[in-house]
Write a protein that binds this ligand. Structure first.
Ligand code: ADP
Ligand code: 2DT
Ligand code: MG
Length: 212
């Protein structure tokens, strides 16, 4: 393609690190700078699978831990065709949480190993850049209390962080840790700079497959 493909950029991090704020800001800034960019988030609660996940997170419904893990993954797979098509057309995708949250949250539960958790997402479009927004639990607490959804408690979040740390050791993935304690504006400017650099670097490279 003349202009090349879009980049797949994922934001991960703990609760209240600023993922949703920064992913929105990034898409707005990229569009304002004349790039084609779309915002995605997982879970995407608007689909049938997503509504089931939403009900689970809001504790309106119980599901087996394996089953819900596979539903989170299925919620990503149901978007793969449209994601690939957009990337092919030169649209950069900014994604608020992806398979890394999937693996980190499930593997934080008793009796789940990282390898089993990764299987359901193996073969998804591989992100060109994964920004890990790093914030201490104390700084996160200063941004307000936990909400009332499932998983929103400190002991569980601490286990999730350990799982993220394992995942970040994988050198075949382009992880970048960002200091999320900075102001919204400063962090945004840093993120925009690395995002644009990545977009330029990958435009003529093939899209990879995650964990394959
Ligand atoms: P996440 O999606 O990672 O859970 P949000 O983007 O929803 O985080 O942000 C959580 C809260 O913290 C929101 O009230 C948001 O306005 C605030 N916030 C986000 N980024 C910053 C920042 N850099 N400094 C201070 N407050 C922030
Ligand atoms: P937010 O919508 O506030 O980001 O919270 N989760 C997310 C999983 O357990 N598995 C996944 O695959 C994904 C993407 C993290 C959504 C909650 O769902 C958890 C917090
Ligand atoms: Mg969020």
């Amino acid at each position: 393609m003349a202009g090349g493909r879009g980049a797949l950029i994922v934001l991960e991090g703990m609760d209240r690190a600023g993922k949703s704020t920064q992913s929105r800001r990034l898409v707005q800034a990229l569009q304002a700078a004349g790039h084609r960019a779309d915002l995605l988030r997982f879970p995407e609660r608007s689909t049938e699978i997503g509504r089931l996940i939403g009900a689970y997170l809001q504790r309106e419904r119980e599901l087996d831990d394996h089953a819900v893990h596979l539903l989170f993954a299925a919620n990503r797979w149901e978007h793969v065709t449209s994601m690939k098509e957009k990337l092919r057309q030169g649209i950069t995708l900014v994604v608020d949480r992806y398979a890394f949250s999937g693996v980190a949250f499930t593997s934080a539960k008793e009796n789940f190993c990282l390898e089993w958790c990764k299987q359901a997402d193996a073969g998804l479009p591989k992100p060109d850049l994964i920004l890990f927004l790093q914030l201490s639990p104390e700084e996160a607490a200063a941004r307000g209390n936990f909400g009332s959804e499932r998983y929103e408690n400190s002991p569980f979040q601490e286990k999730v962080l350990q799982s993220f740390r394992h995942l970040m050791k994988e050198k075949t993935l382009n992880w970048k840790t960002m200091d999320a304690s900075k102001s919204i504006e400063d962090l945004h400017n840093e993120i925009k700079t690395v995002a644009e650099k990545t977009m330029q670097e990958v435009k003529d490279k093939p899209l990879g497959e995650l964990w394959k």
